[in-house]
Design a binder for this molecule. Structure first.
Ligand code: FES
Ligand SMILES: [Fe+2]
Length: 411
């Protein structure tokens, strides 16, 4: 038996590293009270930055895509102008509010023309043409361009901030977490697929779901457990949880494990998530920060609603769009490198399907938990040491809401 077959059981003691966070049970009110959600919208959600796409979607001047920010009900138009800038606008025609561009993606020769009465806007959002302009009563075209939304790019990801005047730049918001993961080869995974679903639960429960692996041996006995737990980690512990301001990273443990025959075949061929235990890789300091040979993936969380499962050769973006105190939209986008062989493609597909299945297994619990919260039947959560990420989220939300209350009282 080689050394890899007998990995050490990960230690306890993660939570005590962060004495501010405490160890006691936490109040569950923030998971269901409408008044808390209303406050979260202003104190947490509106000031944050949201990833809405990749620069590869708009490589040439005139390329564009449209998208929604479901939490805020915003329709956006993102395009590249002739100077190469990535511009973000509210996709709202300034005549009477129809979308200025109705297509999901495409190329514009230079103008976006509203399909209601034909007003046109250029790639910088300026209002260029009003049909039968003489019939209006002094429209000042210079003041009637598309409204901009704060837009930034990090590692090829396009982000927007819904606040009128963002309190933090994109770089400030990404913080140390962004700096320490910037050198991951984000741009090499040029192919992606996406799926989404609506869940009747609070947005923080959706974040909580993959943020602890204490449940893996019980909830995922046939999907994740055979490769993530194996004999060396029967309780499903993490390698590490590292907190960076409001953000954090969970490092997941893996051993060669006991994969099923189809998994064996897939892992052998794919530079994918589950087959990298023991692989020495030159990652930036924010990825596999303990440099453990038993590392498999990191869950890199950018609070409040974006996280990435990062591994060798592929990564997955998880986004939660809060829709109310007990309703959320979850969107998963998996990014892979172009497969060089059919075998690699098979391995990638297998990983994608496994990821989806594991997430669906996770989500099966969320609506039940929400019903217990809404009916007042669970007033406290007790967190295990390795559920530190959940405790951290609770701490950050509570702390931010308290600061918001103080600001409001002082205003
Ligand atoms: S609403 Fe766009 S032209 Fe009238
Ligand atoms: Fe899970």
């Amino acid at each position: 038996m080689n050394e890899m077959a007998k990995p050490p059981v990960p230690d306890l003691g993660l939570t005590q590293r962060y004495p501010d966070i405490g160890t006691g049970p936490v109040d569950t009110a923030i998971y269901h009270e409408p008044a808390v959600y209303a406050k979260e919208l202003e104190a947490i959600l509106r000031p944050s930055w949201y990833m809405i796409g990749r620069v590869e979607q708009i490589l040439r001047a005139g390329d564009f895509f449209t998208c929604e920010l479901p939490t805020f009900g915003y329709e956006l138009l993102i395009c590249r102008d002739r100077q190469g800038n990535v511009n973000g606008f509210h996709n709202v025609c300034t005549h009477r509010g129809n979308v200025a561009e109705h297509r999901r993606e495409g190329h514009s020769a230079g103008l976006f023309t509203c399909r209601f009465h034909g007003w046109s806007f250029d790639l910088e959002g300026n209002l260029k043409r009003i049909r039968d302009e003489e019939g209006f009563f002094g429209c000042d075209k210079k003041k009637m361009g598309l409204r901009r939304i704060a837009t930034g790019v990090w590692q090829g990801f396009i982000f927007v901030c819904p606040a009128e005047e963002p309190a933090q730049s994109l770089e400030e918001w990404l913080g140390e977490q962004g700096a320490d993961t910037a050198d991951y080869p984000w741009g090499q995974c040029t192919q992606s697929y996406q799926w989404e679903c609506e869940i009747a639960c609070n947005w923080k429960l959706v974040n909580d779901s993959p943020a602890e692996v204490y449940h893996i041996p019980v909830l995922h006995p046939n999907s994740a457990a055979p490769t993530m737990m194996a004999s060396g980690n029967p309780m499903g512990r993490l390698l590490d949880v590292r907190i960076r301001g409001n953000h954090r990273t969970n490092s997941h443990y893996s051993v060669a494990g006991e994969p099923k025959p189809v998994q064996k075949l897939a892992y052998f061929h794919a530079a994918a998530a589950q087959n990298v235990a023991g692989a020495a890789r030159d990652y930036p300091p924010g990825i596999n920060p303990t440099r453990s040979p038993f590392w498999t993936v990191d869950l890199i969380m950018f609070f409040p609603t974006l996280s990435f499962t990062l591994s060798a050769g592929m990564y997955t973006a998880h986004q939660v769009w809060p829709l109310g105190p007990n309703r959320s939209l979850y969107r998963q986008r998996v990014f892979v490198q172009p497969a060089r062989t059919a075998a690699e493609r098979f391995g990638q597909e297998n990983t994608m399907v496994e990821f989806r299945d594991v997430v669906m297994e996770d989500f099966s619990t969320l609506e039940r938990i929400q019903r217990a919260l809404d009916s007042g039947q669970i007033r406290e959560f007790h967190y295990h040491d390795h559920e530190l990420a959940l405790r951290h989220q609770h701490h950050v939300v509570t702390k931010t809401l308290a600061a918001y209350d103080r600001e409001q009282a002082a205003a």
